[in-house]
Write a protein that binds this ligand. Structure first.
Ligand code: HEC
Ligand code: HEC
Ligand code: HEC
Ligand code: HEC
Ligand code: HEC
Ligand code: HEC
Length: 321
């Protein structure tokens, strides 16, 4: 029931144009106010670059190994019902956002590509020949009209059938798709978002060269796990004699020790886990946000936590032998 990707794109395109109704202003302000508590000024970091633009990707080490080489893929593809259920449970099915100012037209580029109406400057180069008039996008699309990230963002839909190949819906209003060579290239369209305030770019570095996003992540429920992926199962029992792979560190995430990015570490009480974080300004106060390091190496950095004067009163120095 969930995916509505088969709905005519033209209809969806027309919808946002009809939303110049400011009767909702009050609720927008309320929503904006609520959001201000967890994110401030995201709007001022409004993106200017285009999703497909190459400059977005230049700093990314293009993995070389083919994903087929990786051991993490389930051998049998999921059926469509399973995929729909998985997708519904993922963040991609629920992406509505709005800035403090009650706007979200620029956010839609990644949060709801079907609602994104590119300006002339936003037009991807691949479409420089596209000659069509486009009205300026409405500054706000309501949650009801928000399309989220449906199947048709990553798959062409032919006669209501979602095609299994993945592609990138570059310009929704004219149903223009762009080919992507790898799943990383697809995910990067949105997950290389470092220039946007309170956003983080995911770049896979370290000891997983050649790994693409879906070598670790399920493409539909988005989950990933080091220890439940078939890769590092029972690592604490199999890699024996490692100080760190022990009961003392049951609440320490793998990345807290194996991160090479240099992220800060925090204890997240709600989750009872120590993990990598970035600081983030939320409603005027400094807080932290969990960011799973994607720069993972074998060497472990014990002194991220065990250093003289650490705030958690852990022992000053330890030896990883
Ligand atoms: C159209 C833009 C877009 C594309 C393409 C995209 N993502 Fe996302 N992704 C998002 C947004 C936006 C969120 C945040 C959703 C939220 O929580 O509101 C997100 C959230 C996530 C999360 C956090 C967990 C969750 O489900 O909320 C993971 C993991 C993730 N994406 C992985 C991927 C992978 C892997 C790919 C490629 C197969 C991918 N994404 C492609 C936009 C995108
Ligand atoms: C370049 C693509 C891109 C643009 C443009 C973008 N976002 Fe995001 N946003 C993402 C991705 C990808 C995530 C998921 C990040 C993650 O989980 O690491 C995300 C996550 C978020 C989250 C956290 C969601 C959650 O439920 O945890 C908020 C809030 C957010 N974005 C707000 C905004 C707002 C407001 C705008 C517009 C001003 C915006 N974003 C524009 C890509 C984008
Ligand atoms: C964010 C992008 C994204 C979205 C949204 C998405 N898919 Fe996919 N889908 C992929 C990728 C990437 C693959 C390839 C997975 C791989 O190679 O590991 C894939 C694979 C598939 C396949 C091939 C079988 C398989 O499991 O590999 C089918 C069928 C499919 N998707 C259907 C859907 C349907 C139906 C929806 C909506 C409910 C959907 N997809 C939403 C990215 C996406
Ligand atoms: C080597 C395995 C691996 C690869 C490759 C990988 N991820 Fe992850 N990723 C993880 C793990 C493990 C988590 C943590 C999942 C959890 O905590 O539930 C994660 C978490 C995330 C999150 C959640 C936000 C956060 O920071 O915690 C996002 C978004 C994400 N990955 C996106 C991507 C994208 C996009 C790619 C490809 C560019 C990618 N990942 C490649 C293993 C991987
Ligand atoms: C408290 C710190 C710590 C935590 C948490 C931790 N590790 Fe380790 N890990 C180490 C140390 C130390 C080594 C040995 C490093 C070396 O030989 O240079 C190691 C080695 C490894 C190795 C290489 C094993 C080998 O045989 O060479 C793998 C794989 C690994 N860890 C995976 C994981 C995974 C997966 C997790 C999460 C489930 C995890 N680690 C959690 C500290 C940690
Ligand atoms: C992310 C934070 C973190 C990292 C990184 C970390 N530890 Fe710990 N370590 C802890 C915590 C928390 C405890 C205390 C557990 C408790 O008290 O129950 C602990 C306890 C210990 C203890 C036993 C008690 C003590 O304080 O002497 C030893 C030994 C130890 N760690 C060694 C290491 C080694 C070796 C490494 C690197 C391989 C390491 N730790 C990396 C958080 C960390």
């Amino acid at each position: 029931m969930v995916p509505q990707s088969n709905n005519s794109s033209t209809k969806r395109f027309l919808k946002p144009l009809k939303i110049f109704r400011f009767a909702l202003v009050i609720s927008i302000i309320l929503i904006g106010f609520n959001l201000a508590a967890c994110q401030s000024e995201v709007g001022t970091g409004a993106p200017t670059s285009v999703p497909g633009a190459t400059e977005n990707q230049t700093d990314h080490d293009t993995p070389t190994a083919p994903s087929e080489d990786q051991p993490t893929q389930p051998p049998v593809p999921d059926d469509t019902d399973t995929i729909e259920t998985k997708w519904s449970s993922s963040g991609h099915s629920n992406t509505f956002v709005v800035t403090d100012e009650g706007k979200n037209s620029t956010c839609a580029r990644c949060h709801s590509p079907e609602n994104w109406i590119p300006t002339v400057e936003d037009m991807p180069e691949s479409c420089s020949a596209c000659k069509f008039e486009i009205d300026p996008p409405p500054p706000y699309t309501s949650e009801t009209d928000w399309a989220n990230i449906e199947c048709n963002v990553c798959h062409k839909v032919k006669r209501k059938e979602v095609q299994p190949e993945y592609v990138w819906l570059e310009i929704a209003p004219i149903e223009e798709y762009a080919d992507v060579a790898t799943t990383t290239e697809l995910c990067d369209k949105c997950h290389l978002a470092g220039d946007i305030q309170n956003h983080n770019s995911v770049i896979v570095e370290g000891d997983h060269p050649g790994y693409h996003c879906t070598d670790c992540h399920d493409a539909h429920d988005n989950t990933a796990s080091c220890s439940a992926s078939g890769c590092h199962e029972n690592i604490f029992e199999t890699a024996v004699g490692i100080v760190g792979h022990d009961d003392n560190h049951a609440a320490i995430s793998c990345v807290a020790c194996h991160d090479a990015e240099g992220y800060a570490i925090a204890y997240i009480e709600d989750l009872n886990i120590w993990t990598t974080v970035i600081s983030q300004e939320t409603g005027g106060t400094e807080g932290v946000r969990v960011i799973t390091s994607h720069n993972i190496v074998k060497a472990a950095h014990c002194d991220r936590c065990h250093y003289p004067g650490n705030p958690w009163e852990l022992s000053d120095s330890v030896i990883a032998e």
